[in-house]
Design a protein around this ligand. Structure first.
Ligand code: ZN
Length: 446
């Protein structure tokens, strides 16, 4: 094995990353095929075996594999190729030009998650070039459609081509970034995701002429339900991952957060403390609140069609998120208790949350890799309020971690980059992550 020339290899990885940023894979509609084909050409040049999988016209995923001795089961590196839409007028630099400015590379997907796509693909390239003998297969999956629920991407692979993506472990997004708390540098590693329950609430009422109001108006009944949901915090369900996360973060936090954070797990105090926190730090309150309870966000309203006609039906779609371990039915009972009788609830999409143990060789290897590259790093397992492709791979029994390493400078809010304007990644932080990820994989699969 020859030593890696990191400055050269880093530039090569940045070129791949920028090329991916310049391919607009906005979902909807997705159109991931050009990005998948770009990666196919890369793997072709490097003589790495790959397969393109298309679930629908243009909805292409790519799966590449380095074959090991089979002594141990595979490791899968996952990255979704699609990105969320942009409002170009709100961006400092055009979102699909991969502009480099102020030490950062700017573009939709810079953090979510073409950085990980590039790092994962280049990890395979480097392993292949080095000729290293691997005990595990290393699989790379660049998948379509994560941003719209994964149906055309990871879920399709899991259901139709499980042999391509079956692995003992998966490394995926939303973790491995620097989180500053006081003088401490944490690296949250995602081990849990909330489940989802998307449902519609419908109110039925007496139709009539708008000139003669009556109390059985479907729109009014629905509005009461929506208001009640908006005003109510659902009961606390503290999980061990979240409790440990808050206690660990509290140790580095300044006064008074240091004392407040551990108290957030107490049912009698949580609501009050979150209200106080909302005034001081609304983003933090929002993030922590979502870790402690099931949540509902009413989003899409449908009602009448003419101003002078009282409709017989009005409905709202609600984005419900469910703490792992909480059955969907129990969550719906919580919703019913808030909105009261007389309305119908119809679930149109749901899946359970996931929790993975952090007591595994891969988790320990992650901590080791972080410690080598940032001796002050404090890794901490955490739960995200959303979901990623990991919920799909979990169906094949994989242990999935959110770990797409990136070193951030103080003041850069990682969570705001997600789906935000001016999404960008520090060049140095990307190169740092590339090296951490590569060494982690090389060591773990040796
Ligand atoms: Zn993502």
């Amino acid at each position: 094995m020859t030593a890696i020339d990191w400055s050269r290899f880093g530039e090569e990885a940045i070129d791949v990353f920028k090329a991916l940023l310049r391919i607009p894979t906005v979902n909807p509609p997705g159109d991931e095929r050009p990005a998948a084909e770009y990666l196919a050409r890369l793997f072709e040049r490097e003589h790495i075996a790959y397969q393109l999988v298309e679930s629908a016209e243009g909805r292409t995923s790519i799966v590449a594999r380095l074959t090991g001795t089979g002594a141990r089961p595979p490791l899968l590196l996952n990255g979704h190729l699609d990105v969320v839409p942009v409002e170009p007028a709100k961006w400092t630099h055009p979102p699909f030009d991969a502009v480099e400015a102020d030490g950062c590379i700017w573009g939709r997907g810079a953090i979510d998650m073409k950085n990980m796509v590039a790092m994962g693909a280049m990890a395979l390239v480097q392993l292949k070039r080095s000729g290293a003998s691997l005990a595990r297969d290393v699989i790379f999956a660049g998948v379509a459609d994560e941003e719209a629920g994964s149906r055309h991407g990871s879920l399709f692979l899991v259901e139709k081509h499980p042999e391509l993506v079956r692995a003992e472990y998966v490394l995926n997004e939303v973790g491995g970034h620097t989180l500053y708390m006081g003088d401490s540098r944490y690296y949250p590693i995602q081990v849990a995701e909330k489940g989802l329950c998307w449902f519609e609430i419908a109110a039925e009422g007496e139709p009539g002429h708008g000139s003669m109001p009556h109390p059985d108006n479907a729109v009014v009944k629905l509005a009461r339900a929506i208001t009640a949901l908006g005003d109510t915090r659902l009961p606390l369900h503290v999980t061990p991952v979240v409790e440990h996360f808050l206690r660990t973060l509290a140790k580095g936090a300044p006064f008074p957060q240091r004392h407040v954070m551990p108290l957030l797990v107490q049912p009698k105090l949580a609501g009050h403390l979150l209200d106080l926190m909302r005034r001081a730090n609304p983003d933090q309150a929002k993030g922590i609140g979502a870790m402690l309870s099931n949540t509902t966000s009413p989003t899409v309203l449908e009602g009448g069609s003419k101003v002078n006609v009282i409709p017989s039906r009005a409905s709202v779609k609600v984005d419900g998120r469910v703490i792992p371990g909480q059955p969907i039915e129990r969550f719906l009972d919580e919703v019913r208790a808030v909105i009261g009788e007389g309305l119908s609830i119809n679930v149109f999409d749901a899946h359970d949350g996931t929790v993975f143990s952090s007591d595994t060789p891969l988790y320990r290897a992650i901590c080791g890799a972080l410690a080598r590259h940032d001796p002050q790093a404090i890794p901490v397992p955490y739960m995200i309020p959303g979901f990623t492709d990991s919920f799909a791979y979990a169906r094949l029994g994989a242990i999935c971690y959110g770990f797409s390493p990136v070193r951030l400078e103080p003041g850069m809010d990682f969570t705001k980059m997600y789906h935000g304007h001016d999404e960008r990644i520090p060049r140095a932080g990307f190169l740092w992550g590339l090296r951490v990820l590569h060494e982690l994989i090389a060591d773990f699969c040796r």
